[in-house]
Design a protein around this ligand. Structure first.
Ligand code: K7E
Ligand code: CUA
Length: 620
């Protein structure tokens, strides 16, 4: 057994993994990149959190990525990585991920696996049901987990029912550049909108959102939001929304949110403030949105590869309800409505239901698909993956997970064409699975072989942060586009230089700007005098290398932000404010050559009023 499993995850030294897994870091705010089936960690991509390892969020080129309407927010809680898609198939261009706490969506460019853009979502609180994509990434969606006063205002919390609203946002993605903008929002009753998935095939043009707390409780939700037998899946016809917007039904509402992106030419991040958002009111937009009753406090909502079936993960439900898209359309056509909530028709449960999976485990959360007619649902409380057949709704297999599984992931498992083969369980609790590491144990991932009738456990491995969700993709889709260097000749950074002859040190008032080259194995300039206490010293360091995998690092003694890790052909800037006269070393932090230790220099700092002139040495 162990031997068989070992042979399936063993990637011999020097060989490559078959797939990539991109896992959210949860409260680490980052994305981590693993190889599958080995479970080897390759990279942490900084997204919502500063990363002193590379200088992300510290360097002048990246700081703007973390600007928000609340100020500079260097952390978030990232839950759902989601690949861009073409015709419903992950295309390897971008990876989107949500920031839950300060509502944001980030876009990672998969060519260099760096964060390229972060869009704040207005009128939202807890951007949890996000950023799930439509079939051609026309949109990524964002649902507010917490309803809040819209627009924000000072009201008693007990006025929840009258004052609190939810927003479902549709963020347009430019098909060429990937640039995002909030196209429109739909104002919805003040429930907790939890998760989302977009339709595909026949249901392309629709998006589905779960909600709990249809009770509209504002305190002790544990009890007060668990009263109703059923909450809802909101089905939104976004193609119709586009029509309403085109007809001018969208009201422009004042807002204040940030759009941060890396400028393509300079590779310097900039922030733009956006000051309005288009809002649709369901009362004025018939046919825009329907509620599908769904037992009970549903969490996940997942659409099968055909686009016909919509699975609700009712975390307190005893069955797993599966809605039928075609039945839903028929129910709309024949007006199978049991009521209306703030203008939104509630369809009859029996009219949209395709079937119920009996005995789906306790606390069913999320479902993924293998493309062979089977669905796999994670059950948090009973800690298992339950495999069932689409159409018969029969459970055909189940396997324990260790412990407390949240999401699971199958390569392409939420797309129109799953690659199948593996299921990855993302478990909340590792408990005794690994060597103890003090009070805090890592979260754990478990890899299963799903090629046979019976699921087989292959591998346990620890993860970074809390990987709520992951996306997996065959490696060759990404490797063929992997970017190895940034071309020096297209370095558009205004402070970048191509040659050592262009290196210089300039004083502008109390700012000192140092344009510096890093190359094996020296800095130019490497000795600088004339810096004074009270100065702001900008190190603009260009890595002149044009070879793959040859970063240089840069750090100064006592610097109070972070190092820089500069990729080949790239310019990064860090600011140093020396506090006391003296001579301070700087050095390269990345062991880049046999003479890496020689890659160093000195900075002379004189007293505030001194008249030591700017002078720099290049060793020549
Ligand atoms: Cu279930 Cu944030 Cu998708 Cu965690 S979420 S598990
Ligand atoms: Cu450059 Cu070490």
């Amino acid at each position: 057994m162990a031997k068989e499993a070992a042979s399936k995850v063993y990637v011999p030294p020097g060989s490559h993994d078959e797939m990539y897994a991109f896992m959210s870091g949860g409260f680490s705010g980052q994305v981590s990149v693993y190889g599958i089936p080995s479970g080897r960690l390759f990279k942490v991509i900084p997204v919502f959190s500063q990363n002193p390892e590379t200088g992300y969020g510290y360097s002048e080129e990246t700081k703007a990525m973390l600007n928000t309407s609340y100020g500079f927010v260097p952390w978030d809680d990232a839950h759902h990585p989601e690949f861009s898609q073409t015709n419903g198939v992950p295309d390897g261009r971008w990876l989107f991920i949500n920031g839950n706490n300060t509502p944001r969506i980030a876009r990672i460019d998969l060519h260099d696996m760096e964060t390229a853009e972060i869009m704040e979502i207005p009128n939202s609180a807890g951007n949890h049901g996000s950023p799930f994509t439509t079939m051609n990434s026309e949109y990524v969606v964002a649902a507010t987990r917490f309803s809040v006063p819209v627009p924000q205002k000072d009201v008693p919390i007990a006025s929840y029912k009258e004052n609190f609203k939810g927003a479902l946002s549709f963020v347009k993605v430019d098909p060429k550049s990937g640039h995002m903008n909030v196209a429109f929002q739909i104002m919805v009753p003040g429930f907790d909108y939890d998760l989302a998935h977009c339709g595909k095939g026949p249901s392309h043009g629709w998006a589905f959102f779960t909600c709990y707390n249809s009770e509209q409780a504002h305190t002790l939700l544990e009890i007060n939001a668990s009263k109703n037998d059923k909450d809802y899946i909101a089905a939104v016809n976004w193609k119709l929304a586009e029509k309403y917007i085109a007809e001018g039904k969208g009201k422009s509402m004042p807002a204040n949110y940030y759009h941060n992106y890396v400028d393509e030419k300079t590779r310097v991040a900039k922030s733009e403030k956006v000051q309005s958002v288009k809002v649709l009111d369901p009362k004025e937009c018939p046919g825009l949105i329907y509620y599908l009753p769904t037992p009970k406090s549903p969490h996940g909502v997942d659409v099968d590869p055909s686009g016909e079936y919509i699975v609700g993960g009712g975390k307190l439900a005893t069955v797993l309800p599966v809605h039928s898209f075609s039945k839903m359309l028929k129910a709309i056509e024949t007006n199978q409505v049991e009521g209306k909530i703030e203008g939104i028709p509630v369809l009859k449960y029996s009219a949209t239901l395709a079937g119920e999976v009996k005995n789906p485990g306790l606390g069913p959360l999320h479902t993924e698909f293998d493309g062979k007619g089977y669905a796999y649902t994670s059950a948090f409380i009973s800690s298992e993956i339950v495999k069932w057949k689409i159409g018969t709704w029969q459970v055909v297999d189940r396997i324990p997970t260790y412990y407390a599984i949240g999401h699971l992931s199958i390569p392409g498992g939420d797309s129109a064409k799953p690659w199948g083969k593996y299921a990855l369980a993302l478990n909340k609790v590792a408990k005794d699975r690994f060597l103890p590491t003090g009070p805090n144990q890592p979260q754990s991932a478990q890899l299963f072989d799903i090629t046979g009738d019976k699921m087989k456990l292959l591998l346990d491995f620890p993860t970074i942060g809390e990987p709520h969700y992951a996306q997996m993709i065959p490696a060759e889709i990404l490797t063929k586009h992997n970017q190895q260097i940034y071309a020096l000749e297209s370095n558009g950074n205004p402070n970048g230089i191509m040659m050592e002859d262009d290196a210089k040190v300039e004083r502008k008032g109390n700012e000192v700007h140092i344009k510096m080259i890093a190359t094996r194995s020296h800095f130019t300039p490497d000795c600088i005098e004339g810096i004074k206490v009270g100065d702001k010293v900008y190190f603009h360091v260009t890595n002149q290398e044009q070879d793959w995998d040859l970063p240089h690092g840069f750090a100064v003694q006592g610097m109070r932000n972070s190092e820089l890790l500069i990729m080949p052909g790239e310019t990064r800037t860090i600011v140093w404010e020396p506090k006391a006269p003296g001579v301070y070393p700087m050095y390269c932090t990345d062991f880049c050559s046999a003479l890496h230790q020689e890659m160093q220099g000195y900075l002379r700092v004189s007293a505030a009023g001194s008249n030591v002139p700017i002078k720099y040495g290049t060793g020549k």
